[in-house]
Design a protein around this ligand. Structure first.
Ligand code: NAP
Length: 254
């Protein structure tokens, strides 16, 4: 039996693709979106549920509205919105291309805000609906050399927590899932050397952790025990120390 429709952004790869696979196995029909349409088609063909594909660049200002209108034109009222699409850029801020940094703000923050704003009213009206936002362990402190990325992910976490409190009385649940290092295409796209950390998750683990927390009514969840401990412990240290340690961990070679 279908659980209704879920919209998954960034479904062409990594965590978004894993969300699509986990949700399809649960019986959700899926609206899959990303820029790489060929990958979305391949994924859709492998899933045993109804799917609809929207090729969209969430870095474009009108893309969230077009995605929303697509669902409306098909009579799709999603029970679940997964705001997952996102990317990072690694390196010294002053040397990074400004357009790429601003694109990151649009994809990681503006599109998340717009999609949440567009899909929320119908959920509130139905007194039912779930929104999951993929934040990061980078949401909890500044990360030099991923400065804009960490700021976008701090936005995602704070945004999720604020909206979650606003809408819980209408029966709508909102949760931010905060993965640490996860095996996807993320690091290659960010041009980031993969940091040595204790805990590395698969995309499927992140998807399952996020969905479980959302359904328990949590407003955020950090993936993995060592990531959770790390985030708790660093709260006890002066913020400046945490940033300075992070600067040494991530300083580009050379
Ligand atoms: N991997 C990690 O270690 C890690 C850790 C913490 C948080 N996260 C977060 O997890 C989320 C998913 O990343 P991932 O690790 O699964 O990386 P990924 O494998 O690179 O997947 C990123 C997804 O986002 C989509 N995307 C990127 N730019 C887009 C744009 N302009 N318009 C529409 N879609 C776009 C990509 O699709 P197209 O390229 O086809 O458009 C792709 O489906 C991101 O929000 C990321 O910040 C990842």
């Amino acid at each position: 039996m279908s659980h209704g429709w879920a919209v998954v952004t960034g479904a062409s790869s990594g965590i978004g693709k894993a969300f699509a696979q986990v949700l399809a196995a649960e019986g959700f029909d899926l609206v899959l979106t990303a820029r790489r349409e060929d990958r979305l088609r391949e994924l859709a063909a492998s899933l045993p549920v109804k799917t609809a594909i929207v090729a969209a660049d969430l870095g474009e200002a009108g893309a969230p509205q077009r995605l929303f209108e697509f669902t409306q034109s098909r009579g799709i009222a999603p029970a679940l919105l997964i705001n997952n699409a996102g990317f990072g850029v690694f390196g010294e801020f002053r040397n990074q291309n400004l357009d790429r940094q601003l694109e990151m703000v649009r994809v990681n923050c503006s599109a998340v805000t717009a999609l949440t704003h567009l899909f929320l009213p119908a959920m509130i009206e139905r007194r039912q609906g779930d929104i999951l936002i993929v934040a990061s362990t980078a949401s909890f402190q500044a990360v030099p050399y991923q400065t804009v990325y960490a700021a976008t992910k701090a936005f995602d976490l704070i945004f999720s927590e604020g909206i979650a409190e606003e809408v819980k009385r209408f029966g709508v649940r909102v949760c931010a899932v905060c993965p640490g290092q996860t095996r996807t295409e993320f690091h290659a796209i960010a041009n980031e050397p993969i940091p040595e950390v204790m805990s590395v998750h698969t995309a499927e683990q992140v998807a399952r952790i996020g969905l479980r927390a959302l359904r328990k009514g949590k407003h955020h969840v950090i993936c993995g025990f060592s990531n959770r401990m790390g985030m708790e412990l660093q709260r006890l240290a002066p913020r400046r120390w945490v940033t300075a340690i992070s600067e040494r961990m991530f300083r580009p070679a050379g």
